[in-house]
Design a protein around this ligand. Structure first.
Ligand code: 5GP
Ligand code: ZN
Length: 113
């Protein structure tokens, strides 16, 4: 979608600190981290939210979920991580392109979530 922030980050039109990418997804650092490690993992396909996802997206969603573990490991999160997705305005979603928040070191004093 042409007017979507995360589509533009995924296509490289808006810069971000990308930590992983492949043909289906892109992971980048959150611009306003809520934890010492805060990565956003998004599909390249514009899906508005988890609520808008369709059965045809099942495999893509599974791959996104599984990739979070690789990204967390690459970020040094040996102790584990927190995974959040906000769906729709009632869920606090601000950017209407499906994304998974990977949060690490949430017991740190720096974590405000
Ligand atoms: P939401 O509230 O939609 O679940 O989360 C959106 C996230 O995107 C927030 O954590 C926010 O800090 C992050 N964000 C918003 N704009 C940008 C941006 O331009 N670049 C990056 N890297 N992150 C952004
Ligand atoms: Zn989008």
């Amino acid at each position: 979608m042409s007017d979507c922030l995360f589509c533009k980050i995924a296509s490289g039109d808006i810069p971000a600190t990308i930590v992983y990418e492949d043909q289906d997804m892109v992971a980048f650092k959150d611009i306003a981290p809520k934890a010492p490690v805060h990565i956003l993992l998004v599909p390249r396909e514009h899906i508005e939210s988890l609520e808008q996802a369709q059965p045809k997206h099942s495999e893509l969603l599974a791959r996104l979920m599984l990739k979070t573990a690789d990204v967390a490991q690459q970020q040094g999160l040996e102790q584990g991580y927190r995974l959040i997705t906000n769906s729709g305005p009632g869920g606090g979603q601000e950017v209407p392109h499906l994304h998974l928040h990977i949060l690490g070191d949430v017991r740190s004093k720096d974590y405000k979530g």
